[in-house]
Design a binder for this molecule. Sequence first.
Ligand code: MG
Length: 178
Amino acid sequence: MKRKAIFFDRDGVVNFRIVGKYIKSAEDFRFVPDFIKFFKNIKSAAYLTILTTNQQGIGKGLMTEKELEIVHGYMQSKLKELTGSNFDDIYYSTELAENNSFRRKPNPGMLLEAIEKWDIDIENSWMIGDRKSDVTAGKRAGLKTVLLKPAKNGDFPNADYVFRNLDEVFTNLFSKLK
Ligand SMILES: [Mg+2]
């Protein structure tokens, strides 16, 4: 049987973004409190959880793949400690934006890889992000999309839902699902 999944963008959704800086160490990685609560709740509703993150800092030579893996190792062990589970899979793209790689969001490559590997039920699965590129990638992969409203007002992409934070996402979209 196909499985339902929630795809998460990382920076600005799972952890706080640091403006103008890449998250290069565990000290820089701070969980958004709403995320922890949300993650616990959707795990108990049996969703697969897949992280998809653009990390062109590696392509630019500003951080190494090893540093990214250390950050993700910290994230996974902390999540396990706080919620009892962690991401089922992690996908990242190191390519530069200008190369327009099929794996880098707004393109759907990372999402499609996960959909194939995990035999994901697209129609009952979601992409949650805080950028237009997350929404576009989710749409291109055939997922339902949620945009967490960015701090800056501006053009809102064609997301299926827009909420201010993950508490609102849970209350409105997931609280009745088990
Ligand atoms: Mg983001």
